[in-house]
Structure formats: C-alpha cells, structure tokens
Write a protein that binds this ligand. Structure first.
Ligand code: ZN
Ligand code: ZN
Length: 380
C-alpha cells in the first residue's frame, strides 16, 4: 500500500484536473529521473513514488477506485508496507465484482484487481526491469484448496436430540512410506533456501509488499533431491479417516458443520484444511418439520370428534401430552401445542396437531343419527 497519499506525493489537490496531473508529473519526473541522478538512491525512490502516483491518477478508472479506497479508510494505518490485512473499516465486498479472489492474505491481490494485473508493474518494468518477473511468478503456482466437503445423512431423531454420528471420509493424509516428508529413505529434505522454509516469499514492488507461494519449493518450504516413490514427493497419500461427528441438538437440514483441521493435508506441515459436512435429515414417517416447528396428523373417530374427547399425542422427544379435542371439531382442524416442537440453539418450536376425522362404515343406528345431526346442524 502507498506510504503516502498519491495526491500529496504529486502536491496536488484531490480534485486536480488531468492537465494539472500531467504537468506536475512531467516537472517532477524530469527533476528526479534516474538518468540525471545517477547512483542517487533517494532520487530513485522519489521517482518510483512519483511514477506510481501518476500511473494511478492519470487513469480515470484507477483514480476513481483509488479515491474510493481512500474514502473507505484503506490508507489510515500509518502506511506500513506489507499489505491490506492490517486495517479495519475497509469494505472488501465493494471490490468483489470482477473476479476478485477470496484469498487476500497478501496485499498484492487487491492491488492487482484494483489497478489491473501488473498495472503497477508496467511502468517499473521499463525503468527498473522488475515488473515482468514479479508478475510471472505471482501467477505461477495455483494453490489447491485443502478443504474437503462431504454430505452426511442422519436420522430424524438424531437431528432432534443431537448426539454423535460416525462417518468415514477419504482425505489426503501423510504418506505412510515417507511419513509425510516426501523424501525417499535416506534422503534428507533440506530447507528451501529461497523462502527459508516459510513456503512463501515477500516481493516488494514499489510500495507494495506481495506475499506469494514460493516458486522454488511450491510452498512446501523444503526441497527434496530424491523424492519418495510412493507419493512422488508430495508427502501425501489418500487415506480413510473414521470420525465421530458431534451433531448439535435441533440441527436443521442443510446445515454445514465445519471440522477444523480434518480436511486434506496441506503442502506444509500444520496446514491441514477443514472438513465441511453438509447435514441431510431423513424425513420422518409421522412428523414433518419446518424450522423448529413440527407438524403431525392424528386420526380421530367421527363420534369422538363430535362429542369431544381427549387424545394423547407423542412429541418428537418421545413424551406424551394430552390434547383436549372440543366437541364438534371438524376434519383438518389444527391445534397448536406451544413449545413442544424442536428445541435448538435458535429457540423452541411448536407442535401442530391436525386431526383427521375418520368416518367409519360400521356405525350403529344411534351413531348414524349423531353424525347426520352434526352434518346437518354442525352440532351433536
Ligand atoms: Zn511418500
Ligand atoms: Zn521455498
């Protein structure tokens, strides 16, 4: 990130016109050009600074984005080179259009997207033969995600009550032959000299420090002269993991559970990805679930529905509650039993009981009379 405000660097006001910007840049560039200041490090730095500021401000699109970044407080952390990770209050989503990658550990990513790939590099590559090399390296190694996703179907009751569910998944694990080192027996892996074993390197580019995967060791931090033949030096092998997953009570269908460090082995030790488990719940034959509310249907004999009755309803927690069906209750009438639905961290749901009136064919004469009376008058 720039050490200083681009407008300050050129000694311009925020609303300076393109003509002004051009004029000021020409004057300053002439004054500080490396050709007229041979061996003068200060002049060279000043020239870089001026060029960087001009390269952004002369382009209306880049300038607009820069102004926007300023507005969102991107340059308020004292101008430490080394990336955008350290400041607060800057809304990255503003720049999410146009394929901005989610990985933003290094400061370079955002700058690339804001100013176009290699946009900052262009001007320096001509003057200092620096930009093109940096650009090539930056996009050389594609980082593979270590996150593993899987789907897990659990019974209705387990979703209600919570508990443990065993699951087997296949992930990249340590190669058994080389114990994850990636080196053949007897061959000692040595620390990568380019990144000193860190797996990433920092490239300073103007006022930006860009962190990227080390191209020499591909991020592993070590170099192996004789790679393990079982894993081709990757140190990884597919392996089955048997896990017991903690299901929180009241979990709903489609919930994603993240198990930290249970995914694929990373390139470097301690870099293991997460396992994401998507929960599917087997439907219940009796209960239907909407959020934490539970719906069920209970058949009731027509005579009982006409004359009032009490029924016992089983809840999802296997308890029984008494429900009074008032006289003259019609088919499909629904009763709400407050707080007897599913209990989760999002609160307690209700149980809705819908009665299904059963019209028997074997009614006695007296029962027929009662039903007829009810059908005609709505009363027993
Ligand atoms: Zn191996
Ligand atoms: Zn390295």
């Amino acid at each position: 990130m720039p050490k200083r405000d681009y407008y300050d660097i050129l000694g311009l006001k925020d609303n300076a016109s393109q003509v002004e910007i051009k004029r000021v840049y020409r004057d300053l560039a002439k004054q500080h050009h490396p050709d007229v200041n041979k061996g003068n490090k200060e002049a060279e730095n000043r020239f870089k600074e001026i060029s960087e500021a001009y390269n952004v401000l002369r382009d209306p699109a880049k300038r607009q984005k820069y102004d926007q970044m300023k507005k969102y407080g991107a340059f308020t952390d004292g101008g430490q080179p080394g990336g955008f990770g350290g400041f607060n209050g800057f809304d990255f989503s503003k720049f999410s259009q146009g394929g901005y990658r989610t990985q933003r550990s290094g400061g370079g990513t955002i700058i690339d997207e804001l100013f176009g790939m290699g946009g900052m590099g262009d001007i320096f590559s001509q003057m200092f033969d620096q930009g093109s090399r940096t650009r090539q390296e930056r996009y050389g190694g594609q980082q593979k995600s270590n996150t593993v996703q899987t789907e897990l179907t659990i019974p209705f009751d387990l979703a209600v009550n919570g508990g443990k569910q065993p699951v087997s998944i296949v992930v990249d694990d340590n190669c058994k032959t080389c114990n994850g080192t990636g080196a053949e027996k007897g061959a000692k892996p040595k620390t990568c000299p380019d990144c000193q074993g860190r797996g990433n390197i920092s490239i300073s580019q103007g006022f930006f420090a860009v962190n990227r995967t080390c191209p020499r060791c591909y991020g592993r931090g070590i170099l192996i002269d004789r790679p393990c033949t079982a894993c081709n030096g990757s140190g990884n092998a597919k392996g089955t993991k048997n896990l017991s997953i903690n299901i929180p009570r009241g979990i709903s269908d489609g919930t994603l559970l993240r198990l930290k460090g249970m995914g694929n082995n990373g390139k470097k030790k301690g870099n293991r990805g997460d396992l994401i488990v998507k929960i599917k719940i087997t439907p219940h034959r009796f209960y239907k679930r909407k959020g934490n509310d539970v719906y069920c249907e209970v058949p009731i004999d027509i005579i009982k529905a006409i004359q009032s009755t009490k029924i016992r309803v089983k809840t999802v927690y296997n308890t029984k509650v008494e429900l009074k069906i008032p006289a003259g209750s019609k088919d499909s009438k629904t009763f709400r039993l407050k707080g007897l639905g599913i209990n989760s961290n999002k609160g307690k749901g209700d149980l809705y009981v819908t009665i299904k009136v059963v019209r028997r064919t074997n009614l006695t004469d007296e029962e027929k009379r009662i039903v007829n009376e009810f059908d005609n008058n709505g009363k027993a």
